[in-house]
Design a protein around this ligand. Structure first.
Ligand SMILES: O=C(O)CCC(=O)C(=O)O
Length: 383
């Protein structure tokens, strides 16, 4: 806005300020109402607030600039062109293996997914969150099992402090065409764009899973065959609007993911932080790459060799951010435990985790706040 010092402009400015003050007061009043907060942070951000409502203010030790904050990381890079080339395969496999053991995270480049599919996904995601609230609200549901769910915060029914995030969750179970009909109708190209993206993400997941099994020394037939026959795939589209006081809150709190691998596509705005060596490190986004992380199921299946690592999302005061997280795992009903190939009691390598399944995770999510590593910790065996 241009601040030209002409009398009319000053009157306009004063009116704007009065209107803004009135909106903020209205929002403050609304803060008392749970249902208004459930309209999400895009709604709050659009209302022009300049102060973070109390419901989003974290206790001081949980704020992003607490003592464990700081630093940046260029995650290990797995080059899929190398992984696909027999003469360079071993080197790329060793990079993937070391990244899963040491960081639980890596970035994938030269993956071959069409640039238009990637930019189209980010673009349609952004346009979805620009739709009027009435259109987005059609997909609101407190049910964590719903196939399509628009919502806000992290675990909105349970969060003591709300997070600065709105989301659209799309079940992508196969065959995709059966679920696509329940996805949002608007924007008109969402179903086509998101299903092309989901198919590409699933294909990459299968390729990386095959590589991970090879690196772990597990014969590829069993679990890979199961995944080919059916898998679970949930896509979460995250929207983190500009936040008036980003130092007081988070877009997403520290958490680990439940599945085998998660693929994160982020736009050019940084925000993802991973816990490494006891510190929160901000991931340097590589344009066009995917950030991939090991989920709880892969930590369990690898009997602790691969690490499902805590991560969180910071927000900022000027640049809205969009990310798309694709959670890939075995079918919901499949029980996951340490792979027999990686357990050897006689050699001092007992199973380190209880068997678990997706339904157990959902039950946990519905009954707990899902933060930190509590789900995975609940599956660890005392040795
Ligand atoms: O927004 C991001 O970069 C990460 C998203 C994430 O961690 C999640 O959806 O679980």
């Amino acid at each position: 806005m241009s601040l030209v010092a002409a009398p009319m402009a000053i009157v306009d400015l004063a009116n704007t300020q009065l209107q803004q003050q009135a909106t903020e007061e209205a929002v403050d009043q609304e803060e008392l109402s749970y249902s208004s907060l459930m309209k999400g942070v895009r709604h709050l951000s659009d209302s022009g607030i300049t102060r973070l409502p109390d419901s989003y203010v974290l206790p001081a030790p949980d704020r992003p600039r607490s003592s464990s904050g700081g630093g940046r990381v260029r995650l290990p890079v797995v080059d899929l062109a190398c992984l696909r080339d027999p003469s360079r395969h071993a080197g790329a496999l060793a990079t993937l293996d070391a990244a899963c053991r040491e960081y639980g995270f890596f970035q994938v480049v030269n993956h071959g997914v069409d640039g238009g599919v990637i930019s189209g996904m980010l673009d349609v995601a952004r346009r979805f969150f620009e739709l009027p609230l009435a259109e987005r609200e059609r997909y609101m549901s407190p049910d964590v099992r719903a196939a399509v769910r628009y919502g806000t915060s992290f675990n909105q029914a349970r969060d003591a402090v709300l997070c600065w995030r709105d989301f659209l969750k799309l079940a992508c179970s196969h065959p995709l065409r059966d679920v696509v009909a329940s996805w949002p109708r608007e924007p008109a190209d969402l179903r086509g764009v998101a299903s092309a993206y989901a198919a590409a993400s699933h294909a990459l997941f299968m390729e990386l899973m095959e590589a991970a099994l090879q690196a772990l020394g597990i014969a590829s037939g069993g679990v890979l065959g199961e995944l080919a026959a059916g898998s679970s795939h949930m896509m979460t589209v995250n929207c983190y609007p500009a936040c008036p006081q980003p130092e007081l809150t988070l877009g997403m709190p520290a958490h680990s993911d439940y599945g085998l691998f998660t693929f994160v596509l982020q736009d050019h705005v940084e925000g993802l932080q991973v816990m490494h060596g006891g510190r929160w490190l901000t991931v340097d986004p590589i344009p066009g790459s995917f950030v991939v992380n090991v989920g709880d199921h892969l930590e369990i299946y690898s009997n602790g060799a691969y690490k499902s690592v805590l991560h969180r999302v910071r927000v900022n005061s000027t640049r809205p951010r969009i990310s798309v997280a694709s959670f890939h795992s075995l079918p919901a009903e499949r029980v996951v435990g340490p792979a027999p190939e990686l357990v050897d009691e006689a050699a001092g390598n007992p199973p380190r985790y209880m068997d678990t399944d997706f339904a157990t995770f959902l039950a946990y999510l519905a009954s707990a706040d899902g933060k930190d590593k509590t789900f995975l910790q609940s599956r660890m065996l005392a040795l």
